[in-house]
Design a protein around this ligand. Structure first.
Ligand code: AMP
Ligand code: ZN
Length: 469
């Protein structure tokens, strides 16, 4: 096997990936801000993060993935207030629908989904650590990070900071590239905002703080991979590095992996253009979620993806081609006794070539276009060979086995008889989220949905177990 190369935003280089602890990868992915249903751009980012994890596992590594849920932040508070709800009640259905979208897209659940509101003490500790190392100051009851106190600030995003204008303060969670200044760690309480009484005073955390606190709490001070889309490089990830490295003095993340955006019909998705789609809306338009999975996966994560409805129709044809091929292999392997046709070694050559091409494409910064190319070359060449009578029943079995080998990575094959374990686990995650927010109607609905798929749930002290009926 060749080396896996990943583009690291921090070094602007394609680097060979090697985890800090041999055999084990620790990975943090910025998750959803739960003030609406995830749109298909968000889903694209979650999908390739899962693909990265699946491919690391394919290479024999164990992966621990954490994805946060941002459940307190400016937009959430604004929307919750407008809806006359507290933030927990407001965000609960969006957390459930987030897990449901992942399940439908066969995105496997992360190992944990920490919520910002559940890690306030760790965030306060982190701010205290930063204060003891001289990186903070307090103004009007809020605590700020002093950007000029950290020499490496700006390295990830390569933004130029004006160090002369120290103490110009940015309070909101997101700001523009030109205004790299001191950012808020802990915001003093304002009227009509949720707040926590802590030793930093009554207030709430800034958005950036949660990811530093939760990732280090769950994965350690230094971990391997951090993912997100390019919009997070600045200020969010730059500020995470500042908070974490400022507090520990150690390297925070070794590989920063960022994906490009999804645009729709060559335009940015925006409310005013009315071109934001969630997965339920795509389904409503008559598309199978698997076609979206295929369309999103077939463009490598560092390439901008121009989404069109046509791309879902194209995906459907591609998936049909795969399905027909699988059916053909099934028939071949069943129809003749294994020695009916003598294998001439051609299938083994095709399989060997396919696996090499698949792996070298994926090793090249997860080049999924190349990986799908390898798959369709195999299908084309094997179909020609079948037509020429060169594929024995044993060869057909071998071809199926080769496809099953890459199935855990791409996961785009039709599942006719059985529901996928990943889908079940993601639905269980959605049900847990519904229960946590005491939305028992929804949790019952998900249990019934699983039951309809032949899956029984059992609540045990060790968590939820499932089995097939
Ligand atoms: P949010 O829910 O806004 O916090 O975003 C969740 C994830 O989706 C983050 O990693 C964002 O960078 C990413 N994201 C936001 N917009 C897009 C887009 N148009 N295409 C791809 N990823 C996006
Ligand atoms: Zn984050």
């Amino acid at each position: 096997m060749s080396d896996l190369k990943l583009w690291n935003t921090l070094t602007r280089e394609l680097e060979t990936f090697a985890p800090l602890v041999p055999g084990e990868v620790r990975m943090y992915s910025c998750g959803p801000t739960v003030y609406n249903n995830p749109h298909i751009g968000n889903l694209r980012t979650f999908l390739w993060s899962d693909l990265l994890r699946r491919y690391l596992e394919f290479r024999g590594l164990r992966v621990r993935q954490v994805m946060n849920i941002t459940d307190v932040e400016d937009k959430i508070i604004r929307n919750a207030n407008a809806a006359g709800k507290d933030i927990d009640t407001y965000t609960a259905p969006f957390i459930v629908s987030f897990h449901e979208s992942l399940a439908l897209l066969r995105i496997r659940p992360a190992d944990s989904y920490p919520r910002a509101t559940e890690f306030i003490p760790q965030m306060v500790d982190l701010v205290n650590q930063l204060t003891s190392r001289g990186h903070t100051y307090v103004a009007d009851g809020s605590t700020y990070f002093k950007v000029a106190s950290l020499p490496q600030y700006g390295r990830l995003s390569q933004v130029e900071i004006d160090r002369s204008s120290e103490y110009s303060r940015i309070e909101n969670d997101e700001y523009e590239k030109e205004s790299a200044r001191d950012f808020v760690l802990w915001k003093a309480k304002k009227e009509n905002e949720p707040s926590w009484q802590t030793e930093l005073g009554e207030g709430r955390p800034g958005w950036h703080l949660e990811c530093s606190a939760m990732s280090m709490q769950l994965l350690g001070d230094t971990f391997d991979i951090h993912t997100g889309a390019v919009d997070l490089i600045f200020p969010h990830h730059e500020n995470e590095i500042a908070q974490s490295e400022g507090a520990t003095g150690k390297t925070f993340v070794r590989y920063w992996v960022h994906g490009e955006h999804l645009n729709i019909d060559a335009q940015k998705m925006s409310k005013s253009l009315g071109n934001i789609y969630s997965l339920p809306e795509i389904i409503e338009l008559g598309h199978d979620p698997l076609t979206l999975r295929y369309a999103l996966l077939s463009v490598p994560h560092r390439t901008k993806l121009n989404f069109t409805m046509q791309s879902l129709d194209d995906a459907k044809s591609a998936l049909n081609r795969i399905e027909s091929f699988l059916i053909r292999l099934d028939e071949l392997s069943k129809s003749a006794p294994h020695d009916a046709k003598h294998s001439d070694g051609h299938a083994d050559q095709l399989i060997g070539r396919f696996l090499i091409d698949f792996e070298s494409a994926m090793d090249d910064d997860l080049n999924t276009a190349g990986a799908f190319g390898a798959l369709f070359s195999l299908i084309r060449d094997a179909n020609i060979a079948i037509d020429a009578g060169r594929i024995s029943a044993g060869d057909a079995e071998g071809l199926k086995a080769a496809l099953m080998k890459i199935d855990p990575v791409l996961d785009i094959f039709p599942k006719r008889d059985t529901v996928l374990a990943a889908e079940i686990e993601a639905l269980i995650e959605a049900r847990q989220a519904a229960r946590k927010s005491r939305n028992f109607a929804e949790s019952d609905r998900i249990r019934d949905e699983l039951l309809a798929k032949g899956i029984m749930l059992e609540d045990t002290a060790a968590g939820v177990r499932w089995r097939r009926k």
